[in-house]
Design a protein around this ligand. Structure first.
Ligand code: G3P
Ligand code: MG
Length: 243
């Protein structure tokens, strides 16, 4: 079991009100009293870990094309805020090590999602994440690492047996228990759109904590809690906290 500080997790930060996966979005979570944030870690061309969701840069920056083809120096020149709103112009891309430092300084909890883009050397991504996370008691109590990518999560689990893990599912898969057991997972993180009563029961009865994404309305939140979710990922977690 991992410690779950709250029933809501800020998905990519408070991504409904600030550009996703930026320091502004994580600071906003802290300002609203949300102590647990989720973010996506991707690998750029010179094998540096950065906080970014998409394979391509187009949607969330003023750059274009695959993130994996750009060096960190180029990414640092990009604007990762204007796409969202003018007041966020000049928002920088976040490096994993800088974000971990900020999370530690502010005693935040976090779910780090290993984001494996097509055709990237995911082994390098996994090794880099494993090397960047400090081997401390704070880390063990505040961090959950997850991925949709079974091989990447397995490789990570072998490098860092001390870090709690969650398997990430879109649609329920047949052999999810083999995967969860193989990495000694603590949580099963499921897509709300595909979650059934039966599958939620299966997860909980097998002894895993159920996390559900992405839950943005009070009605969905109520349903997820009724199904036994320990917590939900939300773009507007501060609104759900008040519902
Ligand atoms: O970890 C929950 C959620 O973040 C998984 O989907 O695409 O938003 O990274 P995605
Ligand atoms: Mg994610």
């Amino acid at each position: 079991m991992i410690t779950i500080p709250q029933q809501v997790i800020a998905h990519r930060g408070i991504s409904a009100s600030a550009p996703e996966n930026t320091l502004s979005a994580f600071k906003l979570a802290k300002q609203h009293g949300i102590r647990w944030v989720e973010f996506d870690v991707s690998l750029c061309r010179d094998q540096q870990c950065v906080i970014f969701h998409d394979d391509d840069l187009d949607r969330c920056s003023n750059l274009t094309g695959p993130l994996a083809l750009q060096n960190l120096a180029t990414l640092k020149q990009g604007d990762f805020g204007s796409w969202f709103a003018p007041e966020y112009a000049g928002e920088n891309i976040l490096e994993l090590k800088a974000l971990i430092h900020w999370l530690h300084t502010h005693d935040m909890y976090f779910n780090l999602e290993i984001k494996v883009a097509p055709n990237i050397a995911w082994e390098a991504l996994v090794e880099s994440i494993a090397a960047t996370l400090p081997e401390t008691a704070w880390l063990r109590e505040h961090c959950l690492v997850s991925s949709f990518h079974p091989a990447a999560l397995l490789a990570f689990s072998r490098l860092r047996e001390d870090v709690p893990l969650g398997i990430l599912l879109d649609e329920p898969i047949h052999h999810w228990q083999d995967w969860a057991e193989g990495v000694n997972a603590s949580t099963v993180n499921c897509n709300y759109d595909h979650l059934t009563d039966a599958f939620a029961n299966e997860v909980i009865d097998t002894g895993y904590q159920l996390l559900v994404y992405t839950v943005n309305t009070p009605e969905q939140f109520e349903t997820a809690l009724r199904l036994g979710a320990t917590a939900v990922f939300s773009d507007n977690p501060e609104e759900l906290m008040q519902s």
